[in-house]
Design a protein around this ligand. Structure first.
Ligand SMILES: C[S@@+](CC[C@H](N)C(=O)[O-])C[C@H]1O[C@@H](n2cnc3c(N)ncnc32)[C@H](O)[C@@H]1O
Length: 269
């Protein structure tokens, strides 16, 4: 079954896939277990192997996506990324003394959530696409068993579903920062160099056509700041000018500032 034609409906289980993992994936994300003969078909397939969950190109294609926080770009960024000097740290307002709670409303494959977790923030990571959420959950679970990443992912909680269902009215529980990184059609974020495996992710998710609506919601939920990640030269989300931007080599962070980023202190009385 190709995810290109039936997004998020099927799971190919290879031999030795643990039955408890299969059950939890099918129940939580509404996936249907199918045989591995489906891999001969073109398109992308969600495949469970003993080493975890992959999004894999069928019909002999080479693209494979796995969420792996212990290796590759995630690990490199954790070790050499620059800590509090990174643009994302400045945009979110992380300091040595205060690590804001962040609602990452568009978690995707969790790279930004992981960076924020590495910086000490606690992160509620929301992802609405069942296949993407399943890949992210699998990556978080493996990272939780690895001593190099366990503390970091211990700060990240995955919520499967639309972020706008976050309706916490209690001021003390509201996130200091809401972070948005929606996918959009004219996404200039290095589109020329997007690697084949990331194209798989884009093919699967498509553009987040409703992204503009997220801004009003985010401004109503965040206590201190809304941060939006954009391509360096992309138009601002909803064409609304931010209070300020931090522009890097390929990305830009647009910041809507509501109040100083600081812990919640209830007003007296
Ligand atoms: C560009 S990707 C985010 C990449 C992510 N920042 C990372 O570092 O891996 C956008 C993701 O947001 C998800 N998304 C978009 N709107 C959403 C919403 N309202 N609630 C939950 N997830 C959403 C999409 O399904 C997609 O996986």
């Amino acid at each position: 079954v190709s995810l290109g034609s039936q997004p998020g409906e099927s799971l190919v289980c290879l031999a030795d896939a643990p039955i408890d993992v299969v059950t939890s994936l099918t129940e939580r994300y509404g996936l249907l277990v199918v045989g591995n003969e489906h891999l001969t078909r073109p398109g992308f397939h969600l495949v469970l192997e003993p080493s975890g969950l992959f999004l894999q190109e069928g019909a002999g294609g080479k693209a494979r996506v796995q969420v792996d926080f212990a290796a590759g770009a995630n690990a490199h960024r954790r070790k050499f990324g620059g800590g509090l000097g990174q643009d994302i740290a400045k945009a979110v307002g992380v300091t040595g003394r205060f690590k804001p709670r962040v609602l990452d409303a568009t978690a995707g494959l969790g790279r930004d959530s992981f960076v924020l977790g590495s910086l000490g923030c606690s992160v509620l990571a929301c992802e609405r696409h069942p296949v993407v959420a399943a890949l992210l959950e699998d990556g978080l679970q493996r990272a939780a068993r690895d001593p190099d990443t366990a503390d970091i992912v211990g700060r990240i909680t995955l919520k499967f579903g639309p972020a706008t269902e976050f309706t916490e009215s209690d001021m003390a529980l509201r996130p200091e920062v809401v972070y948005l990184d929606p996918m959009f059609a004219d996404d200039a974020k290095g589109s020329a160099q997007v690697k084949k495996d990331m194209q798989a992710f884009r093919t699967l998710v498509g553009a987040d056509e409703d992204a503009d609506d997220l801004l009003d919601w985010a401004l109503s939920v965040a206590r201190c700041r809304v941060v939006i990640k954009r391509g360096r030269k992309a138009a601002p989300l909803g064409n609304r000018a931010a209070d300020y931007s931090i522009t890097g080599k390929s990305n830009r962070f647009d910041v809507f500032s509501l109040s100083k980023v600081a812990p919640y202190v209830p007003s007296p009385g």
